[in-house]
Write a protein that binds this ligand. Structure first.
Ligand code: FAD
Length: 353
């Protein structure tokens, strides 16, 4: 809105005062929002933290990031989250969690945290490069992203929900008594192959090099499992399918260049995860992969008032229910931290009701 002062016979200073009275000048400090509790991420960890924080009167604001609802929005069927005896689709479950968080007046917002500064007394966060927020407590629930091979056919059947998965514990059950393939050579790949071997008729493990990266004990476990076949020096050429579901995988030996097709109904990728924690580098203690290191048994990080929950700190379990559990821990830890800092803030008993 343009206001003309032509009709006002006032000097420069009164003009400024008038603008201030009309609230038409935004003073820099007014653009900085101050929050008791900021939650970064909208997966099961973030929404659970929000439910607890909101019920404890912490007035949480939650930024959803570029994947509202988190990783579960990419899966059809969730059968192992307690409370859904008939299972539920991932997107539906996440909408229910959002609704529950909003029922207690969590302020759920679009936006992406692009920068943080945890060096001073005040924890600073920037949304979409521009908006600055100062927070008493921050709960990081930014999750982790599974790594994929990146070939077109893998991505196609992943998006269709037609037989490509990065989570054997989540999806192995759907391939009972069937034949599956799994790519990977580390401890997680061995563990997932072993898990699948108990459900599936046959597991073919595709290992790029001529040896495992996994520890000897894990490698031996898969080598000694009768229904696991290991193909070393083997890479994936293409995931095969009928346009809807996976029917096989074409692989090649990277030494002999020989190709072969293996009939499978499930194609599992276990080549690691990347925690979404780049923006916290230099402020929080991270392990060599980038997972945030929490004080054992708590959600506390090395910075007071900054807490972590879910897959961003968990390279072991990586399940919705464990993410939700640590989301609850983070909100309770944040609540206690606030109570210790601010005598007027009472620890609510609502969290325990
Ligand atoms: C295909 C698939 C199927 C699965 N199936 C199951 C299953 O059946 N059962 C099960 O228990 N688990 C399953 N999992 C695992 C489960 O999805 C995860 O363990 C769980 O979602 C982790 O929750 P989280 O809240 O820690 O993070 P995520 O769900 O990863 O959510 C992270 C959130 O953080 C946000 N974010 C990230 N960076 C920023 C940023 N800078 N600013 C703002 N927001 C940010 C993202 O937008 C997202 O909303 C599956 C995973 C996949 C990939």
């Amino acid at each position: 809105m343009i206001i003309s002062f032509d009709n006002f016979n006032v000097s420069f200073i009164p003009k400024i005062l008038l603008l201030l009275r009309l609230n038409l000048i935004v003073i820099m400090s007014d653009t900085i929002e101050k929050l008791k509790c900021l939650i970064i991420g909208s997966g099961p960890a973030g929404y659970t933290a929000a439910i607890y924080a909101a019920r404890a009167n912490m007035k949480p604001v939650l930024y959803q990031g570029t994947q509202p609802g988190g990783q579960l929005t990419t899966t059809n069927e969730v059968e192992n989250f307690p409370g859904y005896p008939d299972g539920i689709t991932g997107p539906e479950m996440m909408m229910e969690l959002q609704k529950q968080a909003e029922r207690f007046e969590t302020d759920v917002r679009d936006g992406w945290v692009t920068k943080v500064d945890f060096t001073g007394d005040v924890h600073k966060v920037w949304i979409n490069e521009t908006k600055e927020i100062h927070c008493d407590t921050i709960i990081i629930s930014t999750g982790a992203s599974a790594k994929y091979l990146g070939i077109d056919s893998e991505q196609k059947y992943l998006k269709l929900g037609g037989g490509v998965s990065a989570c054997a514990v989540c999806d192995g059950f759907f391939y009972r008594n069937q034949e599956v393939a799994i790519v990977g050579a580390g401890d997680s790949a061995c563990e997932e192959a072993h898990y699948l071997s108990k459900l599936c008729k046959k597991v073919t493990m595709l290992v790029r090099r001529d040896e495992f990266r996994a520890s000897k004990i894990m490698a031996n476990r898969v080598k000694n499992t009768a229904n696991i076949e290991i193909l070393f020096n083997t890479e994936t050429d293409e995931v095969l399918g009928d346009g809807q579901v996976v029917t096989g995988v074409r692989v090649y030996n990277n030494q002999t260049k020989e190709k072969q097709e293996i009939p499978v109904t499930g194609f599992f990728v276990a080549i690691g995860h990347k925690p979404n924690t780049d923006i916290f580098k230099g402020f929080l203690d991270l392990d060599e992969t980038g997972y945030i290191i929490n004080v054992p048994g708590t959600s506390r990080t090395n910075v007071e008032g900054v807490f972590v929950s879910g897959d961003a700190a968990d390279h072991v379990y990586r399940q919705a229910i464990t993410a939700a559990g640590t989301g609850c821990m983070a909100a309770l830890d944040a609540e206690r931290y606030l109570a210790g800092k601010d005598e007027t803030f009472e620890v609510s008993t609502s969290s325990y009701n």
